[in-house]
Design a protein around this ligand. Structure first.
Ligand SMILES: CC(C)(COP(=O)(O)OP(=O)(O)OC[C@H]1O[C@@H](n2cnc3c(N)ncnc32)[C@H](O)[C@@H]1OP(=O)(O)O)[C@@H](O)C(=O)NCCC(=O)NCCS
Length: 309
């Protein structure tokens, strides 16, 4: 019997160090859907345009490569809350093929799953741009619970506090992105309990637990890591079909039954792609657009440079 296999997919592209040439930007713009090309063209700063462009390219590559759909035939749409989804039919052996993108700091990332519902968030730990850390925390006090604030403020070192703050941020965002809610969710309903104090590069932390409306929810699993010393990532995995078992273990992506055969995949770590790999299976949907490059080339990279550690 043929065994269809999909590992959990985790890819990252460092758009922060991408300085697109004319040929690269024109090619990239040819390989995304027209409405997305138009949206990206409206960004005032190139940093935001590159982040969104890389997100779209990662998404198309993830779908095209995993489902063997020719790149130019991949059709993506958005829910009314803005979450991208695949319009093309999905093969039966991936009953809930789904994905999610995030871009912030220097990275765009994508995560895709065959069965579990996935949400992803990346955040760069950086000094708040117009204020100090304690004042920044004050403006954010409503987003986190008392327990979370106690945990954030436990270390005496302010930078460590900021790291925990952004860790919670990623966790909350990954949760709301997995279920596809945009703005408007009362974040006080979610409370995360961390068992591992600090995240490390290249190591997957999977012991964080979520309480929803003060009740531990065993249907959620979180994979946290650091892409580099400043960038934190959370991947939320929701097992919609898992009810009743009060342990925190869900039937995760590493043990997936397909056609009666069971496969075990290795721990899903983020793989950094360069532009050549990102574009390797691309095919143009649109004609080359010189003006699109000229408009991009006139823009500034960003509004103002934030101070990092
Ligand atoms: C989309 C949203 C959920 C997250 O946006 P964000 O954190 O600014 O941005 P990210 O880079 O992580 O994600 C953006 C990507 O998520 C995807 N997305 C958009 N809407 C989405 C939704 N409703 N659900 C899931 N994913 C969504 C898109 O791919 C988008 O990139 P694109 O528009 O370039 O294709 C947005 O609704 C939001 O800003 N929520 C903020 C809620 C909040 O208060 N958070 C504080 C946390 S403590």
């Amino acid at each position: 019997m043929r065994l269809y296999r999909m590992e959990s997919l985790r890819w990252a592209f460092k758009f922060g160090s991408w300085k697109p040439t004319r040929a690269e930007w024109i090619q990239a713009a040819q390989c995304i859907q027209p409405e997305e090309k138009e949206r990206i063209g409206k960004f005032v700063f190139t940093k935001d345009g590159k982040a969104a462009m890389a997100g779209r390219l990662l998404l198309r590559k993830a779908v095209a490569d995993t489902l063997q759909i020719p790149w130019h035939e991949v059709k993506l749409a958005r829910t009314d809350k803005g979450k991208p989804y695949l319009v093309n039919a999905v093969p039966n052996f991936f009953p809930n093929f789904n994905f999610n993108v995030s871009h912030q700091g220097d990275y765009s990332i994508v995560a895709a799953e065959p069965i579990l519902q996935v949400g992803v968030d990346v955040m760069k730990v950086e000094q708040p741009s117009r204020t100090n850390i304690p004042d920044f925390f004050l403006t954010m006090r409503k987003q986190f619970t008392e327990h979370e604030w106690r945990t954030i403020k436990r270390p005496s070192n302010l930078w460590k506090q900021l790291e925990t703050f952004y860790r919670y941020w990623c966790l909350k965002e990954s949760y709301i992105k997995a279920i596809g809610i945009g703005l408007g969710y009362d974040l006080q309903r979610l409370e995360f309990h961390l068992k591992t104090d600090e995240l490390s590069e290249g190591i997957l932390t999977e012991d964080t637990v979520v309480y929803v409306d003060k009740k531990m929810d065993p249907n959620w699993n979180f994979q946290e890591t650091k892409l580099d010393k400043d960038h934190l990532v959370a991947v939320a995995l929701w097992n919609q079909n898992h009810h009743g078992n009060q342990s925190n273990q869900v039937t995760g992506p590493r043990e997936t039954e397909m056609n009666g055969d069971t496969e075990t995949s290795s721990k899903p770590k983020f793989r950094l792609m360069d532009l050549t790999e990102l574009m390797s299976t691309s095919k143009p949907l649109l004609a080359a657009d010189e003006e699109y490059w000229e408009a991009f080339n006139k823009k500034a990279e960003r509004y103002s440079r934030t101070v990092t550690r």
